[in-house]
Design a protein around this ligand. Structure first.
Ligand SMILES: Nc1ncnc2c1ncn2[C@@H]1O[C@H](COP(=O)(O)OP(=O)(O)OP(=O)(O)O)[C@@H](O)[C@H]1O
Length: 765
């Protein structure tokens, strides 16, 4: 029965030929005559007889054969019935028509389904083959195509997705002043006289060795000095380490204040560490020489009372009315026994009758750490910021990360406070009587860093007014271009005179030996000082091993974070411009290679110094250690010796990574990999300052390699001049380290272990 063939689901590929066969069969049978049918029957009989094997021949069970025979007969009968049915249908076509139409429509349906399969198969083939998808037309999918073999169920082939176009936002998430900064090329130079500084100042700068203005000075000074380019608002500055930011803000501040007749606190500079207070003080004194301006400092190491007296002086004024009010108040306090108003009693204690105390600032410019500033705001009688004209926050990103004592909040509310009537000048009193909206305070805020943050949440704490951002950086595509590569992300420029190296130290277990090899063969190329006198006769040279260098990268995994904070005293900066004349030996000592080795914590610094000294006693004599745990006196001494060349090596924690300006530091070695990109930028920024050349080498272990190459060497956060690469160097320890040195190393480690276990003090300098 042909109809039954379509009554159940049969996969299209299989059914198509069957359907064709069935219709062929129909065609054949429609032209058959009774005679031909009989002939066919006879033929089949003959075949059956022929096919029937002789029982004798085969020797099989007659019962089984009989059963087989019956089965064949039954099948033949069934076939005959089928043909009869076909014949009947042919005789009565109308009666059978609905069934037949149904069959034909089903056949069409299967053909359609089949053609769909064929199409999708061709698309799959096309996607797999050329990757291109060609959609065939209906006509093309006709029966001319060979039948497609259907496979198991699998994922339906999908057309290849068009490549995603990298969307570049047409807007910036930053406010316009951050997204569209004032740009200046780091190679820009100008004379100080072109910056409209007076002749006396220009001459004075010349004497200090500042012949022309660096880019940041050329960019910032006009923006904050009187003149047509002055910006009436606050300024943020982003410029590389060692680019001269300190002079850039100090000079205009001193220039604007030097004509003041009365000493008032008008300039406030906030920096994160005591070392930087000392450095900035030096620059301020250089600039303010012979101007009569008084520079003061406030850092945590002094006795607060002494510092208070140095900042504010107390005087008497005859004013009977005011004296009566003050005395009445003091009496109330005495009666109530309250100690909160103790200062009021203090005020009256040494006053003559009819007199009141008045407080005056002893300084025009104060340079301080934020913690100490808060101390003075809260507890120094007569200390106020009502007259402030300049607020400078250097290393701003670091300071804004520190929230101790709520220093920004305390400072800002002090700046916003209204000046008490008693402190108003005659002019201010007159203005106060006028019914006018309050004029903006004449205060300029200058916020600076080599790693300036664009974090609005942090910057908003400074309540900037009409701010602009000044960026000093490399030009896009080298010199001549004007547009800088700026993104919404924070990106930092490195000094263009810096060369960077990276040294793989395997698993790190032999790091001291790698360091020793670097020091002996690449930094102190001639043998390191046997003693300082002998070394002073030699002319040192220093270059990292460019012969063994290549700039390939190497990657594995790892990452770290955050810098440690610091704070201690030291007269860090030895300003080359104002240093007294030196004897030749001291001069030579200064010209020797000088390097800072950075570790990630105090312990590593102390231990490294111990091992290095044990490996080679010559290095013990040349090395100083500066960590957070160094006392103020030790820190001062170490920095002084390092600055004047008595010590050539300074092993330091990140305490020394920010702002430290020791001239002629020739090398930086990151013995421990820095914990962040920002930390790396500041550490290596201790060399290659003020356009002098410098080299920095980072030691990385296998696990640190990936982070180093991804984030530091090739990361998008750091911009290098002319896309300069970090040069990879390698040292084959097996070749270079003698057996004697190896056993020394084992002994040094053993000595260190014993020292640590016995809780002996590991020598620190
Ligand atoms: N115009 C100039 N000519 C020559 N030397 C200069 C000039 N301006 C600054 N310098 C010198 O450049 C050095 C670095 O200056 P400074 O300490 O201000 O850098 P900085 O930008 O604040 O660096 P950092 O971000 O690391 O604190 C100092 O030794 C300073 O004396």
């Amino acid at each position: 029965m042909a109809g039954q063939l379509y009554a159940r689901y049969v996969p299209p590929v299989a059914t198509a030929p069957v359907a064709k066969l069935a219709s062929d069969d129909l065609a054949t049978q429609s032209s058959a005559t009774p005679t031909s049918i009989k002939k066919a029957k006879d033929k089949r009989k003959a075949n059956d007889t022929k096919a029937k094997p002789s029982l004798k021949d085969e020797g099989r069970d007659p019962m089984q054969d009989e059963h087989l025979h019956t089965k064949r007969k039954k099948r033949a009968r069934e076939a005959e019935d089928g043909k009869d049915a076909t014949r009947k249908r042919l005789k009565h076509p109308v009666a059978e028509a609905p069934n037949e139409q149904q069959d034909i429509s089903r056949s069409d349906k299967f053909k359609a389904v089949f053609s769909k399969f064929e199409r999708s198969s061709r698309i799959t083939e096309a996607v797999r083959g050329s990757g291109r998808v060609e959609i065939a037309t209906e006509a093309h999918t006709s029966a001319t195509e060979p039948p497609v073999e259907l496979l198991d169920l699998g994922p339906i082939p999908q057309p290849e997705q068009p490549p995603e176009v990298e969307a570049k936002p047409t807007f910036s998430a930053l406010p316009s002043w951050l997204a569209d900064p004032i740009k200046i090329s780091s190679s820009a130079r100008t004379t100080f006289s072109d910056l409209h500084l007076d002749d006396h100042t220009v001459k004075h700068l010349g004497k200090l060795g500042y012949d022309e203005a660096f880019a940041v000075q050329a960019g910032l000074i006009p923006l904050i000095s009187p003149g047509k380019d002055k910006h009436m608002g606050d300024i943020c500055v982003s410029a590389a380490t060692g680019s001269g930011k300190t002079l850039a803000y100090m000079l205009p501040m001193v220039e604007s204040l030097k004509h003041s007749l009365v000493t008032k606190l008008r300039g406030l500079v906030i920096v994160p560490t005591r070392e930087l207070v000392t450095q900035a003080q030096k620059v301020a004194e250089d600039c303010a020489a012979k101007t009569g301006l008084k520079i003061g400092t406030a850092v945590g190491n002094q006795v607060l009372h002494d510092e208070q007296r140095s900042l504010v002086r107390k005087r008497r004024r005859y004013d009977p009315d005011a004296a009566k009010i003050l005395n009445d108040k003091a009496l109330q306090v005495l009666k109530s026994g309250s100690l909160e108003e103790d200062e009021l009693l203090e005020d009256c204690r040494d006053m003559l009758p009819g007199h009141v105390p008045i407080y005056e600032s002893n300084v025009d410019i104060l340079i301080c750490t934020p913690g100490r500033l808060v101390d003075h705001i809260r507890s120094t009688r007569g200390f106020h910021l009502y007259d402030l004209k300049w607020l400078v926050i250097d290393e701003a990103d670091r300071l804004l990360d520190q929230s101790f004592q709520d220093w920004t909040e305390v400072l800002m509310s002090q700046l916003d406070a209204q000046k008490p009537e008693g402190l108003l000048s005659a002019y201010e009193r007159m203005l106060a009587t006028l019914d006018r909206p309050k004029a903006r305070k004449d205060l300029t805020k200058i916020i600076l860093s080599a790693t300036m943050t664009k974090d609005l949440a942090k910057l908003s704490a400074l309540r900037l007014s009409r701010p602009r951002l000044l960026v000093v950086g490399e030009e896009k595509g080298g010199k001549g271009g004007t547009e800088q590569i700026l993104t919404d992300n924070e990106t930092f420029d490195l000094p263009k005179t810096l060369t960077e190296y990276a040294l793989s130290v395997g698993d790190g277990s032999k790091k001291p030996l790698y360091l020793l090899h670097l020091l002996s063969n690449n930094v102190f190329v001639d043998s390191p000082a046997e003693d300082q006198a002998e070394a002073s006769q030699k002319k040192p040279t220093s270059k990292l091993p460019k012969d063994s260098a290549d700039s390939s990268s190497d990657e594995d995994s790892s990452s770290h974070e955050a810098e440690d904070s610091s704070g201690s005293d030291s007269d860090a900066k030895i300003n080359q411009h104002t240093a007294p004349p030196e004897d030749p030996i001291a001069q030579e000592a200064r010209s020797r290679p000088r390097l800072i080795i950075f570790t990630n914590n105090n312990e590593n610094a102390s231990r490294l110094a111990h091992v290095l000294g044990a490996l080679d006693s010559k290095f013990a004599a040349m090395t100083g250690v500066l960590t957070k745990s160094s006392t103020t006196t030790v820190g001062k001494k170490v920095l002084r010796e390092f600055s004047n060349g008595k010590k050539s090596i300074l092993i330091a924690s990140d305490r020394a990574s920010r702002g430290l300006d020791v001239p002629n530091v020739t090398h930086i070695i990151n013995y421990d990999i820095p914990r962040s990109v920002v930390s790396y930028v500041h550490r290596i920024g201790r060399t290659a300052r003020a356009e002098r050349s410098g080299e920095a080498c980072t030691l990385f272990t296998r696990t640190e390699a990936r982070w180093f190459w991804h984030e530091i060497a090739k990361g998008s956060q750091i911009r290098r001049v002319d896309k300069r690469k970090v040069i990879r160097i390698s040292i084959n320890l097996a070749e270079h380290v003698s057996d004697e040195m190896k056993s020394k190393y084992v002994a040094a480690l053993e000595g260190l272990r014993e020292a640590v276990e016995d809780r002996k003090d590991v020598p620190t300098s």
